[in-house]
Each structure stands twice: as C-alpha cells, then as structure tokens.
Design a protein around this ligand. Structure first.
Ligand SMILES: Cc1cc2nc3c(=O)[nH]c(=O)nc-3n(C[C@H](O)[C@H](O)[C@H](O)COP(=O)(O)OP(=O)(O)OC[C@H]3O[C@@H](n4cnc5c(N)ncnc54)[C@H](O)[C@@H]3O)c2cc1C
Length: 370
C-alpha cells in the first residue's frame, strides 16, 4: 500500500497530525497497540495551562487555544474544554520562585494573597502563610473527545488507521520509505514520527539516532477528599516549584508528585514510593488525610534536551518528519503542533497561528539538536 504520508503512532500527536496531513493526500496511521491513545495520551492531567513550560511551549499552547475553544463544526458533540483556574501556591521560603514566575508571565498571572488562596482552595492548611498567583484563562481538556475528534476527522479525509502495527523496520527506497510491521509492509513518500516515548527508537530505526529524546515517568493517583464543598469548581493547585499538584477529577482529586524518573519506553507503571511522596506532599499542604488511594497510574513524558518539542523534517533526510518531545504539554499544544507538522511537510514553513505567537520553524525543528 502506497500513501503520501505514514504517521507512526496514534496517540494525540499522531491522530492530530494525520487529520491535517490527510488534507494533502492519502495517509496511513500505524499504531502498535490494539487501540489509539493507550499510552501517554490516555494518562495525562488533561489540563490547558498557557503559563506552563518553556516559553515556546507556552506560545504553542496559546496558538492551540482557538482550536480547543472553537473546534470545527461536528468535531465533537460537547465542548472540548471546561474553564478551571490554575493556582500557583508558594510557602514563605518560595517567595523568590513566585516572584520569578510572575515576572516571566506578566499579566497572564495575577498575584493572590493568603485569604483568596484559602477561599479558592479551602483544603489548603490555614496555618501556612501562602502567597500565590492565579491564571484564569486555563481549562480542563476532554482528552478523549479531542483524540476521537481528530481520528474521525482523519478518517473523513480518507486516512486509514491500522492498529496492532508496530513499526519494526524503516528502509529508504526510491521515492520514499518502506515501513515494516508484523501485519505487513507499507510504503509512503514521507514518514511522520509521532511515536511518543518510542520516538527515539523510531529515529534509530530510520538511521537518524534519537536526538537525545528521553522518556520521564510521571505518577498520578486519585483520592476522595473528606471535604468536598464546591469541589467541582476548585482550581488546579500546583506548587510554584512544581513539586506536586492536585486538581478536581470526576468527584475526587487527582494528585501527582510531579516526578520525572528516566525510563525506557514501556507500559509505564506507578512506583509505590512515588505514590507515597504524592500523598505526603498533599497531606503537608492540606488539612486532608488520605485514607485510600482509589486509583494510581503512570505515564511517560518524553523530552528533548532543551524541553522544546521537536517538529519538522530531519535535515539529513527530509522525507522523515519528527513530531516528538512534547513532554508534559502534548495535549494542550496538539492542535498547533499538528498543524505545524502538516504545514512543514507540505509547504516547508509553519502556520500563521504559531508565527503570531513568535515561534519560528527553527525553534521547533530538529536541526537545533544535531
Ligand atoms: C501524569 C501526566 C500528566 C500529564 N498532564 C498533561 C496536561 O495536563 N496537559 C498536557 O498538555 N499534557 C500532559 N501530559 C503530557 C501528554 O499526555 C503527552 O505530551 C501527550 O499525550 C503525548 O502524546 P503522543 O501522541 O506524543 O504520545 P502517546 O500518547 O504515547 O502516543 C504514541 C503512540 O505511538 C505508538 N507507538 C510507539 N512506537 C510505535 C511503533 N514502533 N510503531 C507504531 N506505533 C508506535 C504507541 O503505542 C502510542 O500509542 C501529561 C502526561 C502525564 C504522564
């Protein structure tokens, strides 16, 4: 089977890229698992926070905003986002870190004092002299609706999804690539590497190395707090130095110790020590005692050495495109980065929404890592 593009991976990166690439010609999406979204995409905190991460990540997040708030007609049955403020909290000894954050993000963050913090998040310990900052332009993202919407859009534009198709070999042949999988061989003019934690491995299959992409495990757990008044509207609360966070999630709270443990690409599992660290950080900051962890999981956030996503053709082999290294921001940046991947694959330049945020093709491209 010959396509114009083969997209490797059907997480949110691959699904969204396929939807935009399919406007330009036949696309095959090859997914190793039996279902799309099984790995990192299905394990996130599902948040849109445009003051989170490297400034280029923040810019890509803002460039995605319009898509999340105004998706194309018929993309999903319900809104993709539900507004939820993000509250950065600091203890007195973290005043410098808070000042630095306020300086970096300017008017996107509003300073808040102890009283407002305790009103917004009533489980925080009243005995701590909290200070903080709030971002009110943030939201929860319905990740499954976004993933299914992109898969539907890709299919409507003629893309074909093949599951159980782990790419095991990539051979450069005349006019493109031959891609080997256990369910057969596929051919395409160009390949897009959207393999998440396996992106480095797929780069090596193409003979291009891994660009230093490193999967880092992050743990999450769900608990039910004793105090639940107004819980659905509580903000996403994060320590200003990102040592832990918690947010309302379906009647309970999701907590994370914000861990970053290097890992091989794999079906990531939570480590009991990281679960205990999350519970301890939460109990130290709040008036709650965690009696039971209802659910625990882990996912791999994959970073390039500079913690900026890698999007664009490889200069050594322009028919191989990277869409990788989205780190902890691959949901909130997906629309802008997928549009960028499609634009770079077809016109060689990025699109207007990213340019308007001051991002260039060179900021995202793999050349910076070679
Ligand atoms: C705990 C946690 C919290 C997070 N919170 C947020 C958040 O609030 N907001 C945010 O924006 N981001 C968040 N993230 C990050 C976000 O989830 C990721 O950046 C994003 O899901 C990455 O998507 P992906 O498609 O690149 O990777 P994946 O979803 O992992 O998809 C890659 C796919 O490639 C497939 N694959 C791999 N190798 C091959 C192969 N050889 N052949 C075929 N298929 C292959 C895999 O099976 C997989 O389905 C969080 C992540 C974690 C773990």
């Amino acid at each position: 089977m010959q396509s114009r593009f083969i997209v490797i991976g059907a997480g949110l990166a691959g699904a969204s890229a396929a939807a935009f690439l399919a406007e330009h010609g036949p696309v095959a999406i090859l997914e190793a698992e039996d279902q799309p979204g099984y790995h990192t995409t299905g394990r996130s905190a599902a948040s849109y926070i445009d003051t989170y991460g490297h400034p280029i990540v923040c810019a890509a997040t803002r460039a995605s905003r319009d898509f999340f708030w105004n998706p194309p007609a018929g993309f999903a049955e319900h809104p993709l986002v539900r507004p939820r403020a993000e509250l950065e909290i600091a203890r007195p000894e973290q005043a410098e870190a808070l000042a630095a954050m306020l300086e970096t993000h300017g008017s996107a963050l509003r300073p808040v004092g102890r009283e407002e913090i305790l009103r917004l998040s009533p489980i925080l310990r009243p005995g701590i002299d909290w200070s903080g900052a709030i971002n009110e332009a943030t939201a929860d993202i319905d990740v499954d609706a976004v993933l299914q919407g992109f898969l539907r859009l890709a299919k409507a534009r003629g893309a074909q999804l093949v599951t159980g198709a782990r790419v095991t070999g990539l051979d450069r042949v005349a006019g493109g690539w031959r891609v080997r999988t256990p369910v057969g061989e596929f051919r395409a003019d160009a390949v897009v590497n959207a393999a998440g934690a396996w992106a480095g491995e797929v780069g090596r299959l193409a003979g291009l190395g891994d660009l230093g992409l490193t999967p880092l495990r992050r743990t999450a757990l769900k608990i039910e707090p004793a105090m639940k008044d107004g819980l659905a509207d509580w903000p996403f609360v994060i320590d200003v130095e990102e040592t832990f966070y918690f947010r309302p999630d379906g009647g309970g709270l999701m907590l994370s110790p914000a861990d970053e443990t290097p890992s091989e690409p794999c079906d990531a599992q939570p480590d009991e020590m990281d679960v205990a660290i999350a519970v301890d950080a939460f109990e130290q900051a709040t008036t709650e005692t965690v009696r039971r962890v209802a659910h625990r999981w882990a996912g791999l956030r994959t970073f390039a050495p500079d913690r900026i996503p890698v999007v664009g053709p490889d200069p050594r082999e322009p028919a191989f495109l990277w869409l990788a290294g989205q780190g902890g921001y691959g949901i909130q940046t997906a629309p802008a980065l997928a549009m960028a991947a499609a634009a770079l694959a077809t016109t060689g330049d990025i699109h207007a929404a990213l340019k308007a945020q001051g991002v260039t093709a060179a900021d995202l491209g793999p050349s910076r890592l070679l």
